[in-house]
Design a protein around this ligand. Structure first.
Ligand SMILES: Cc1ncc(COP(=O)(O)O)c(C=O)c1O
Length: 398
């Protein structure tokens, strides 16, 4: 890792391979791997290609994967033996769902902000048994933690066999009170799966303290690992029943063996975890997370003030992301308008930021990362004020 990294802000930008002139406000969707971590991964790839049989030698590879798991576990307050590395949060969630038996008519409870891919994974398991996914409706744009817990409580029934909650909901960027939700479920004997895709590296996390039965989370978003790197944590008493979605040589050999080999694949994202975590620490670790949270809060306030709209959730429910309503968008809250606004912001203003329709309006989700500074959100405020009104016109005159 380089010594003396520049402080977060414009000076830190050179640590990422960002093209000049691009205002990148979407760390959340896919992460953005810093150059030093890409270099560490390139060295690993080189080593892999020089002599694959030597690189993949079980006796050599397994201890290296164990080191990577241990590094991730340490960062997240977990015991290394309870945590495995998987390709992405979706894979982690699917491993849990494929490992469970769903009885006929089973019900699973989630919220109406569940990530669409996870919704599909749940449907895939429930439809063959005539089961049902029940999505507790969360008040929008602001739901207090009490209101969220009450909405979920109302959805739980004696037929509920599983509950699945996002730690940070993708659309609203609101952190759900998963500790309270998991405790509620535990009291009723219902196992809880937490999808913490956006958690690790965005907000300080003690994974076992969430009180869930399983937690999936990405390392390739906010912890700077190369893409294709996530974790799955399991409560120790559930470990024996958990298997990867791909069964291979390690079957029956325990979590590390089963998840450590799921067929030949590029394991360099996993082996880059120590470099990624060390980069995150070098930029401040918890101080970086706090700096990003504060910047996102300031940016959300700036945007909602400039647009005379609101951000989803209260500031204390948000971390380094915030979703803010696009002014006047109640009149054009469609997927097409969202795509148009996104493309115009990118093409005409060189701003990369996600836009989506939700609850009768368009919303725009900002992220704050070490390479961002407040001025970038001011530019976004102006750009949206210039572009949004044009979406309200007939297609030919936009
Ligand atoms: C809440 C949530 N769950 C799951 C995912 C999926 O992550 P991945 O594509 O890395 O599996 C995302 C991605 O943004 C997400 O926001």
């Amino acid at each position: 890792m380089p010594e003396g990294l520049p402080a977060a802000g414009a000076g830190a930008r050179t640590l990422w391979p960002l093209p000049q002139g691009l205002t990148f406000l979407n760390h959340g969707s896919f992460g953005l791997t810093p150059k030093p971590v890409l270099q560490a991964q390139a060295r690993l790839k080189h080593e892999m290609e020089r002599d694959p049989p030597r690189f993949f030698d079980h006796h050599k590879l397994m201890p290296r994967l164990a080191d990577a798991r241990a590094a991730a576990a340490e960062a997240l307050g977990a015991a290394p033996q309870d945590l495995v590395l998987v390709d992405n949060a979706t894979t982690g969630v699917n491993a849990v769902l494929q490992s469970l038996a769903f009885p006929p008519g089973a019900e699973v409870v989630s919220t109406d902000q569940v990530y669409p891919a996870v919704r599909n994974a749940l449907r895939h398991r429930l439809e063959p048994v005539g089961g049902r996914l029940i999505e507790a409706a969360l008040p929008w744009p602001v739901a207090s933690d009490d209101a969220i817990v009450a909405a979920v409580e109302r959805a739980l029934t004696p037929r509920t066999v599983l509950a699945a909650f996002d730690l940070i909901a993708s659309r609203s960027a609101v952190r759900l009170p998963v500790e309270r939700l998991a405790a509620l479920c535990r009291g009723l004997g219902i196992p809880a799966l937490v999808d913490a895709a956006h958690g690790p590296g965005q907000t300080p996390l003690d994974i076992p303290a969430l009180g869930a039965d399983w937690v999936a989370g990405n390392l390739h978003k906010w912890y700077f690992a190369p893409r294709g790197c996530a974790l799955l944590w399991v409560r120790p008493d559930r470990a024996a029943a958990l298997h990867p979605t791909v069964i291979s040589h390690g079957y029956g050999g325990g979590l590390a063996a089963e998840f450590g080999w799921t067929g030949t694949r590029d394991v360099t994202p996993f082996l880059s975890v120590p470099a990624a975590l060390s980069f995150h620490r070098a930029l401040g670790g918890p101080a970086l997370m706090e700096r990003n949270r504060a910047l996102a809060a300031e940016a959300a306030a700036l945007l909602s003030h400039a647009w005379r709209t609101e951000a989803a959730g209260s500031p204390d429910q948000r971390n380094a992301m915030a979703s803010v309503r696009v002014p006047g968008s109640e009149r054009f809250a469609t997927e097409e308008a969202a795509r148009l606004l996104h493309d115009r912001l990118l093409r005409r203003h060189r701003i990369q930021v996600p836009v989506f329709p939700f609850a009768g309006a368009l919303w725009l989700r900002i992220s704050a990362q070490a390479y961002n500074e407040l001025g970038e959100y001011s530019r976004l405020a102006d750009a949206v004020l210039a572009e949004a009104p044009k979406l309200d016109r007939p297609a030919r005159s936009r």
